[in-house]
Design a protein around this ligand. Structure first.
Ligand SMILES: Nc1ncnc2c1ncn2[C@@H]1O[C@H](COP(=O)(O)OP(=O)(O)OP(=O)(O)O)[C@@H](O)[C@H]1O
Ligand SMILES: [Mg+2]
Length: 212
């Protein structure tokens, strides 16, 4: 018995947190036990690393150092939560995962992609999501949504505009290179239409495992 691992990716304000809740609701109607987590974070230790890496001035860490912190947190989250839960048959949904490192520290941050792949292989081997939903949105629209929400601004929301364009293009490139794993969804649509598309994607991909 194994659960499925589904990750949500996309730039700031694309709707990851909104849509992960909607899919959790859909899966619970299918009698699936689900667990939602987020990255960086998801455990007390990884949340402490999240604070270290997301708060403070932009220049606090180099992109390489960010990559190392992200993979430290990811290693612990996968080892202590994600893998054991999947083995129990729980469906695990994560708000960001390894593609975020490839995009933010790699495509946008300038760490060579083969270094990130090497580190991924050392830390996680072949472990990968069963499905990755990429919420695609022009960065200015995402930042507009985020800025209208009152909360602490993270280090990753303080970059120049080109950074977020690289983030968007990086996600689209990952989707192109991994068509079996990734699905791109237009995040500019109304919330309800996006949720319907995502539920349909999940229903189509895992139709043998869901009682529709
Ligand atoms: N499709 C949509 N259309 C309009 N507004 C949306 C849509 N989806 C989400 N929002 C709103 O935009 C804001 C950001 O959404 P959400 O927090 O889900 O994005 P996120 O991708 O998790 O952002 P972050 O990267 O900051 O975690 C919220 O206020 C949310 O209600
Ligand atoms: Mg969010």
């Amino acid at each position: 018995m194994s659960g499925r691992f589904i990750t949500f990716e996309g730039g700031e304000g694309a709707g990851k947190t909104t849509q992960i809740k909607a899919l959790t609701h859909f899966l619970s109607k299918m009698a699936k036990e689900t667990l939602c987590t987020r990255e960086p974070g998801g455990t007390p230790m990884a949340e402490a690393l999240r604070d270290l890496v997301t708060l403070g001035p932009t220049g606090r860490w180099s992109a390489l150092e960010e990559m190392l912190i992200m993979y430290t947190a990811r290693s612990e989250l996968v080892r202590t939560i994600i893998k054991p839960k999947l083995e129990e048959g729980v469906w695990v949904l994560s708000d960001r995962f390894a593609d975020s490192t490839t995009v933010y520290q790699g495509f946008a941050g300038g760490v060579p992609l083969d270094r990130i792949r090497q580190l991924h292989s050392i830390v996680l081997g072949e472990f990968a999501p069963d499905l990755t939903i990429i919420l695609d949105l022009p960065p200015d629209e995402g930042l507009r949504r985020v800025n209208s929400r009152a909360q602490t601004i993270s280090r990753f929301e303080k970059h120049p505009a080109e950074f977020y364009q690289k983030v968007r293009n990086g996600y689209l490139q990952i989707a192109n290179e991994n068509p079996d794993r990734c699905a791109v969804v237009d995040a500019g649509l109304p919330i309800g239409q996006i949720s319907e598309q995502i539920c349909q994607l999940v229903a189509d991909k895992f139709n043998n495992e869901l009682t529709l």
